[in-house]
Structure formats: structure tokens, C-alpha cells
Design a protein around this ligand. Structure first.
Ligand code: C2E
Ligand code: MG
Ligand code: MG
Length: 427
């Protein structure tokens, strides 16, 4: 029987029992953890009731597909776990994942509307005694995350069982790089639509390592968040961004640039954070209004009360607050009344789809209009082509960011890019 409301912890207990029973058996225990791409938008567009119905229908369809010796549970809002016992060959798990994708790719019908669901799956297999339930679940969830990042339908367990485990070497090399000041900031412009000028930029961290290559923030920020080192990264990022901005080639109108730094919500809760910012502003002689802190909407919704208080304290310093990835975080409309923000960044998922999907175009337009009514500037991120840029300009979007102008660039390359910038090339 599928379980619609099992917590991750309850599922873990269940999985532990399955691991114990299975410990001497050469047959493999397989785990497919999957979630539904863009599911938050089903809730946003159709409401939670339909959202729940969709989730139940997904479970019913998986049940009906008849995976042998299997158990299905919902272990997060749109995260499911399919446990497969007595798998004779781990390769069969790939087949099971294919079957799952096929079954769920058939459209669903709700209230005469056709809905398409795209699952993304992380696969893990218990290949020997050394794996316990928690490691198995973490391995599957990690593969799920990687599959999402790599735009894959699923990512399978590694045949080298060691790789399924946690890469401690990566973590310790990362901490060392941070403590030795070896991380970098890359910059991507936010083009001011009214003047066509790159007046603002967002700072994005990169770790360039001889062994691991260029590592993006999605791969190391979560590690720093979990280990508590995110405060150090943020402090470093704020100082570095202001220091580097001071040496960019002058703007044609001689006014100062403005730089944005991403801040994890955990950092907002550090009572010393406002002091850290104040001292950085004074060291680099930056006017507070030329510093923006970007905070993701999802994170704010989770910790609404305390985050808002911290945001108000930061705003008192005179800097700007930007809500990143707006539209993905389950916030309700009354949010606009309370949020102490100066800027909204429309999430890339809407912007990227605008050309192909009229719903996304409508949503983007509504977000722009709403934000303006509440005196916020709007940035559209993920703009990759001229058509989208022109449309956003027509909709009154204030700033545009995306590969259409440039990918994020190292400090050196960004200085060259600014020096050679020609707005007429983009019109
Ligand atoms: P974000 O703040 O939403 O940043 C935008 C991300 O979208 C960046 O990815 C950027 O490279 C990418 N991007 C920009 N334009 C386009 C486009 O036209 N098409 C596509 N496909 N992608 C585009 P990046 O640099 O990998 O950063 C990922 C996320 O990591 C950021 O999302 C931000 O939330 C976080 N992050 C980055 N640096 C830091 C940091 O120093 N501290 C913290 N806490 N988070 C950071
Ligand atoms: Mg950002
Ligand atoms: Mg964003």
C-alpha cells in the first residue's frame, strides 16, 4: 500500500528494517527517489487542492504500473521513494527508472485541463552489507539533485560503491580553499533597460581547483551551509565584491556601479551580520545604496518571521534587498504587503519559457506589474535571446540579466567586457 503522508524519518525507519532483512542476501535493495519538475507551479496555478489530487494520481499510477516487490511512499511535498526488494541485478534499476518516466509522462487530466508531469529520479542500490538506510537514502537524493542540475531524467548509482558515499576530500579541499582566500567571484551584469547600460552586476562565487576544475555554487554552497562556513563565505563575498567593483572602468555617466551579493537565509540570522556589512561598507567606501543583498524567496517563506526582522535591520543600513528566484517559493499575494524588499527577480523558469508558453509570459507580466505597484524594481534573469529581451522591455521590466548579454565573467574579463560594452549591439 502506498503511503501518502509518511515523513522522511518514518520512511528511513522502514528502510532500516528492509536493509536489515536484506543484509546477507545477495539480491540488491534498490531505491528510486523522485520528484516532479516544476510541481510548485501546479500549486501556484491550480491551487493546493488540485495539487494534492495530482500527487495522489501520481502515486496511483505508479502503484498501477506494478513494480514487483515494491513499496511506494511520499517522503516530502513532491518527493517520493520507491523501494524495490529482491532486485536480481542492479542494472534492472535503470529499467525501473525508465518505466517510471514512461508511466508518468502520459498526460494527466484534471478539470478538463491536460497536465504534464516530468519526474526526475535519483537511483541508489544497496550492494553489500556496508550500506545502511541513511546512506542509501542520501545517495539516492544526491543523485536526484545531480540529475536535476544536469537536466537528466535520472541518474543512476555508481558501480564504484565508494562513490555513492560522501566525498570528504572534496569538502576538506573546499574549506581549505575558502580559508586561503582561493575562491573567486564572477560577475554578470543586470542591464538597466531604460538606459541600456550595465549599471548593476551580480557577484556569483566560483571555486577553481586544480583537481576538481571549476566548481559552481550549487555544488559547494550547500556544503558550506551545512558546515556553518557560509558566514565566512558571505563575509568574504561582500568584501571582495566591493573591493573589485572599485576597480571597474568608469561608467559613461561617471556614477557609481551597484553590486549584488547572494546571501543564504541562515546568514541573516547571525546577529553580527549588520555589523559585518557596516564595517565592509566603511572599509571600501561604498555607498550603502550601491550594495544589494539577494535572498531567495523560497528560503524567506520558510523562515518568514525571523527573516523579515533581519531584513528590516539590514535595510536600516541603507542597502537594497532583492528577492531572488521569485515565483518558486509558495508565497501568497499578501506577501507583497509585508516584504521589506526593493527588487524582485523573476525566476528563470518563467523567463526561459516565455517564448514557448503563453502562461509563462502572462505570469512574468503579472509579477512585473504587481512589483511595480509595490514600488519594487524588477529584474528578469535567465534571458538568453533578443526576442525575450524585447518583450520584457515592452512589459516594463527594469533590469535584464542573462546569457543574451553575457555569462558571468571573472573580474579581469568583466573589466574588459565593461570597457568594450556597446548598447547598440543589443537593440
Ligand atoms: P542566482 O542568484 O539565481 O543566480 C543566477 C544563476 O543563473 C547563476 O548560476 C547564473 O550563472 C545563471 N544564469 C544567469 N543567466 C543565465 C541564462 O541566461 N541562462 C542560464 N541557463 N543560466 C543563467 P550560478 O552562478 O551557478 O549560481 C547558482 C546559484 O548559487 C545562484 O542563483 C545563487 O543562489 C547561488 N550563489 C551563487 N553565489 C553565491 C554566494 O556567494 N553565496 C550564496 N549564498 N549563494 C550563491
Ligand atoms: Mg542571485
Ligand atoms: Mg535567481
Amino acid at each position: 500500500m502506498a503511503n501518502f503522508n509518511q515523513s522522511r524519518q518514518q520512511f528511513l525507519e522502514h528502510l532500516s528494517q528492509a536493509c536489515e532483512v536484506n543484509s546477507d542476501d545477495p539480491a540488491t535493495l534498490g531505491l528510486l527517489v523522485f520528484d516532479l519538475l516544476q510541481f510548485h507551479r501546479v500549486n501556484a496555478v491550480f491551487g493546493y487542492e488540485i495539487g494534492d489530487q495530482v500527487l495522489r494520481s501520481v502515486m496511483a499510477r505508479v502503484e498501477k504500473a506494478g513494480f514487483k516487490n515494491s513499496e511506494l511512499a511520499r517522503i516530502g511535498s513532491d518527493e517520493f521513494a520507491l523501494l524495490l526488494r529482491d532486485v536480481k541485478d542492479p542494472k534492472l534499476l535503470t529499467l525501473a527508472a525508465n518505466k517510471l518516466v514512461r508511466e508518468l509522462s502520459e498526460p494527466f487530466e484534471f478539470e478538463q485541463r491536460i497536465l504534464r508531469i516530468e519526474p526526475v529520479i535519483g537511483i541508489a542500490a544497496k550492494l553489500g552489507e556496508e550500506w545502511d538506510a541513511e546512506q542509501l537514502l542520501i545517495a539516492a537524493e544526491k543523485n536526484l539533485l545531480e540529475a536535476q542540475q544536469q537536466n537528466k531524467r535520472f541518474l543512476t548509482y555508481s558501480l564504484d560503491t565508494k562513490k555513492q558515499g560522501y566525498d570528504w576530500r572534496f569538502e576538506s579541499a573546499l574549506h581549505k580553499a575558502l580559508s586561503l582566500n582561493e575562491l573567486n567571484l564572477f560577475y554578470q551584469p543586470k542591464i538597466h533597460v531604460a538606459t541600456g547600460a550595465p549599471t548593476h552586476a551580480e557577484a556569483l562565487s566560483r571555486w577553481i581547483d586544480s583537481e576538481y576544475g571549476t566548481v559552481g555554487p550549487n555544488d559547494f554552497i550547500p556544503i558550506l551551509e551545512q558546515s556553518g562556513a557560509i558566514d565566512d563565505l558571505t563575509k568574504w563575498g561582500i568584501h571582495t565584491a566591493m573591493r573589485e567593483m572599485a576597480s571597474w572602468p568608469l561608467r559613461t555617466d561617471d556614477r557609481p556601479y551597484s553590486v549584488a551579493v547572494n546571501v543564504s537565509t541562515g546568514v541573516l540570522e547571525n546577529p553580527e551580520f549588520p555589523e559585518i556589512i557596516k564595517s565592509a561598507l566603511s572599509i571600501w567606501g561604498t555607498n550603502p545604496e550601491n550594495l544589494t543583498l539577494e535572498i531567495t524567496e523560497g528560503a524567506l517563506v520558510q523562515e518568514e518571521q525571523s527573516s523579515y526582522q533581519s531584513l528590516y535591520r539590514l535595510k536600516d543600513l541603507g542597502l537594497k534587498i532583492s528577492i531572488d528566484d521569485f515565483g518558486t517559493g509558495y508565497s501568497c499575494l499578501s506577501y507583497f504587503k509585508r516584504i521589506p524588499a526593493d527588487e524582485l527577480k523573476v525566476d528563470q523558469s518563467f523567463v526561459k519559457n516565455m517564448r514557448n508558453d503563453l502562461d509563462d509570459e502572462h505570469l512574468t507580466r503579472v509579477i512585473i506589474d504587481l512589483a511595480h505597484r509595490f514600488n519594487m524594481d524588477v529584474v528578469a534573469e535567465g534571458v538568453e535571446d533578443k526576442e525575450t529581451y524585447l518583450k520584457l522591455r515592452e512589459f516594463g521590466c527594469d533590469y535584464i540579466q542573462g546569457f543574451y548579454f553575457t555569462k558571468p565573467l571573472s573580474q579581469e574579463k568583466y573589466c574588459d567586457w565593461l570597457a568594450n560594452f556597446d548598447a547598440t549591439k543589443f537593440d
